[in-house]
Design a protein around this ligand. Structure first.
Ligand code: PMP
Length: 429
């Protein structure tokens, strides 16, 4: 918290200077698109030499032989899986490396379940299928689900992860709830990391659906921005220890490590789920792009090489986050009308504003040439319902947070609690 509690006079006095600096910004004719976490050119340049790899004649590997041909290494090249195994908390044997997109692997797992559900459960065809959607969350998870006819059940997102009282009460009785979407680390879009307790509860909770799965999209597993790095509990270990070894599907990719959309994607899970995945994936493709695997092996060399590369991303991104936070503090610090995240990693700064003003904030920013992401939540209009059991207490309003990573300007005592405020993704580099 910064500054003193403002009064209406303070806000009134702030209006004119704010208007003037807004007009100044508009006159600059900026064109900034912060809607997506797209790496900037300097970040892409870090991987430029990859374009020449693996290089003429560099087309063999010990486990797959001639990489120019079909066959070998059904889980992907071993050296690549060994490199990423410790970073993704997935044992090498349970880690599968595939093509360029983790989102496509998530989609594939959903689609496959409509024909061959995991754990030998009845296929999802003809059934009502629901997924829990912690909100705010990643819009592509939600749109992919809706596109397949999967209903989304909104669950409030707290600052330590999804509201577990709500999650537990929903999954225990409803066998049509087949999964939950999770971005557990430096979550998209708030930047928070799930607490150990949330991970344990997700792993241990009783579920009515025998084929219930946690879709654990660990997209930002190693994307640190600060010297303080968030630690995420190991979901596969937690599930195994809780007696639900098959509960989690883990996804990740190098889209924001090497090249966006031209990296390597990973699937990790229990041995039984890996077998399920490989069996059905084998119907879709003869095998992954092993030359791209080799390219990544040649470029990073080992796990330490990946981490050294991520430190270079941090060098580029950290000052940008600092600049955004500096300006938020300067412009809003003492006004009590907004709060924002100061994440230790990931790609987003989330801004909460006074209820009823978020759309206007996004529109004004657009007019000034700055495109922001409006709050992403499963649309109530499209087969979605917000759920809260009467037994569970409502989540604390965001302003009452004591968590270090939230920076807020104090709220004027006269203003309404922003329990329904919008979140705006502010920085996508
Ligand atoms: N998951 C999350 C949470 C993301 O933010 C993104 C976009 N970077 C993706 C998945 C897409 O990743 P991929 O390029 O591997 O499909």
């Amino acid at each position: 918290m910064t500054g003193t509690t403002p009064d209406t006079d303070t806000l009134r006095q702030a209006v004119e200077p704010a208007r003037a600096s807004y007009e100044e910004l508009k006159a600059k004719g900026r064109k900034l698109d912060l809607t997506r976490g797209k790496p900037c050119v300097e970040q892409l340049d870090l991987s430029e030499t990859m374009l020449a790899l693996p290089g003429v004649g560099e087309h063999t590997s010990p486990d797959a032989g001639d990489l120019r041909n079909y066959g070998g290494a059904p889980k992907g090249l071993l050296a690549l899986r060994e490199m990423f195994s410790p970073l993704l908390q997935i044992p090498v044997e349970q880690l599968v490396a595939r093509d360029n997109s983790s989102l496509s692997l998530m989609h594939q797992c959903l689609v496959t379940s409509f024909f061959h559900a995991p754990s030998g459960a009845p296929s999802w065809q003809g059934q009502t299928v629901k997924f829990l959607a912690p909100s705010p969350g990643y819009d592509r998870h939600f749109t992919a689900s809706l596109d397949l006819g999967i209903e989304l059940v909104t669950v409030p997102m707290g600052e330590l992860g999804p509201d577990m009282d709500v999650v537990e009460s929903l999954v225990k009785d409803d066998p049509s709830i087949k999964g939950i979407w999770c971005v557990p680390k430096y979550s998209n879009p708030t930047g928070l990391t799930y607490s150990d307790e949330v991970v344990q509860r997700l792993a241990a909770m009783p579920t009515a659906a025998e084929d219930f799965r946690i879709y654990w999209d660990n997209a930002y597993a190693i994307h640190h921005l600060r010297s303080v790095e968030d630690e995420l509990a190991d979901i596969l270990v937690a599930c195994a220890e809780a007696g639900h070894p098959d509960r989690a599907f883990v996804f990740a990719s190098t889209s924001k490590v090497s090249l966006a959309g031209a990296g390597v994607a990973f699937f990790g899970s229990s041995p039984a789920n890996v077998e399920w995945f490989l069996k059905h994936d084998g119907m879709r493709s003869i095998g992954p792009d092993k030359l791209n695997h080799q390219r990544h092996i040649a470029f990073f060399k080992d796990t330490e090489g990946v981490l050294a590369h991520m430190a270079k991303h941090r060098d580029i991104l950290e000052p940008k986050f600092d600049a955004v936070l500096r300006h938020l503090e300067k412009g809003l610090g003492d006004l009590g009308i907004a709060r924002w995240t100061d994440p230790n990693g990931g790609y987003f700064v989330s801004l909460d504003v006074v209820p009823g003003t978020a759309k206007r904030v996004v529109a004004l920013a657009k007019e000034a040439g700055v495109a922001l992401t409006p709050r992403v939540r499963p649309s109530p209009a499209v087969r979605t319902r917000t759920t809260r059991t009467s037994a569970s207490p409502p989540p604390s309003p965001p302003w009452t947070s004591s968590r270090r990573r939230w920076r807020c300007s104090p709220r004027p005592s006269s203003s309404p609690p922003p329990s329904s405020c919008w979140t705006t993704g502010l920085l996508g580099s």
